[in-house]
Design a protein around this ligand. Structure first.
Ligand code: TLP
Length: 342
């Protein structure tokens, strides 16, 4: 069992079968029918013109940002967003971009803060050209941003001619948590990156969607970054299953996360730090006097992989973790905490 991320999910038996039987061709020539179908399907589900299958979320964000910007542009993003913190500085290295981070409120950048950050047309300033938003917001605790929040940011961006890119690695978690069609969220972005290999359980891959012209540019950047894949239908086929069969079950991951948070809150010395709205539970176990190694070892004894930074850890629920697993974990942890602190 593994709480470290929803990236650890294994492909379902149906995905393995689909991979084995996938029709393939050379995707660099645009001739892989399974990749083409995945790209079409993703674009349709997200309400955009065209799609591009990429190797990972990081590559999808990179090609999107590159396709939107020119060297020296400034982009506005949330201070704890994945693009800013966890994508190896690609914005600087690949795009030669300036960044203007804004501290959000539970992952949401207030429109007035965005407005203040947009540069005036002045010979001294770089051009502000792109706003990046993230939904669900990972480090804020898997928080789903609502259509109203996204609309407010979108309107400010459009008033100032900015493009809007949505890092929707977990956009379906947001839609499921808010009980709305995903298009209600993606309508407030020009381009969207979605991950197939997180809660949706495909073994690999992400899709970027937007207008046809944008996808054409992004495709060229994907090639530049070494992401021109050949008989990629083998990995696109599980992606189609991810989109058609695995979206609605995300509600189970949200339920297991809720149960997990409830159980953890009852343990003296453990604090749940986030509003648990999707599949992430952030905790601080400082009150039980364990180090990060104690925590990792205790979880290992119970059969779980986890990680921790100081006394803080994120626990992610996903396909393959059910209610019984959570109950057993909470019971075991209670026993360990109790015996260790005696
Ligand atoms: N997130 C991973 C780690 O990189 C932190 C995780 O375990 O949560 N956008 C968001 C919001 C993400 O959370 C991630 C991955 C990505 C983009 C990048 O996706 P990959 O890992 O496919 O490059």
């Amino acid at each position: 069992m593994d709480f470290r991320s929803d990236t650890v999910t294994w492909p379902t038996p149906e995905m393995r079968e689909a991979a084995a039987e996938a029709a393939v061709g050379d995707d660099v020539y645009g001739e892989d029918p399974t990749v083409n179908e995945l790209e079409r399907l993703a674009a349709e589900m997200l309400g955009k013109e065209a799609g591009l299958f990429v190797t990972s979320g990081t590559q999808g964000n990179a090609v999107s940002v590159l396709a939107h910007t020119q060297r020296g542009d400034e982009i506005i993003l949330e201070a704890r967003s994945h693009i800013y913190l966890n994508e190896v500085g690609g914005l600087a290295v690949l795009g030669n971009l300036m960044v203007r981070p804004i501290v959000g409120e539970l992952g949401w950048m207030r429109p007035e803060d965005i407005k203040r950050a947009i540069r005036a047309d002045n010979i001294h300033y770089p051009r502000t050209h792109l706003l990046c938003v993230e939904n669900t917001h990972n480090t804020a605790g898997g928080i789903p941003l609502t259509p109203e929040q996204l609309k407010a940011d979108w309107e400010i961006a459009k008033e100032h001619d900015l493009c809007v890119h949505l890092d929707g690695a977990r956009i379906f978690n947001a839609a499921i948590a808010l009980e709305i069609d995903v298009k209600k969220l993606t309508q407030y972005a020009d381009t969207v990156m979605i991950c197939l290999s997180k809660g949706l359980s495909a073994p690999v891959g992400s899709v970027v969607v937007g207008r046809g012209e944008f996808v054409k540019k992004a495709r060229k950047y994907r090639k530049m970054l070494g992401g021109g894949m050949r008989q990629a239908g083998i990995i696109a086929a599980p992606g189609i299953i991810a989109l058609t069969k695995m979206v609605n079950r995300l509600t189970e991951d949200h339920e297991t996360a809720r149960l997990l948070a409830e159980g953890l809150k009852k343990i003296n010395g453990i604090r749940v730090l986030n509003l648990v709205k999707t599949n992430m539970v952030n905790i601080d176990f400082a009150g039980i006097d364990w180090t990060s190694s104690d925590w990792i070892e205790a979880c290992r004894k119970l059969g779980w992989k986890t990680r921790a930074s100081g006394t803080i850890t994120r626990l992610c629920t996903h396909y393959g973790i059910d209610i019984e697993d959570i109950k057993a974990f909470i019971e075991g942890l209670n026993k360990l905490v109790y015996s260790e602190s005696l």
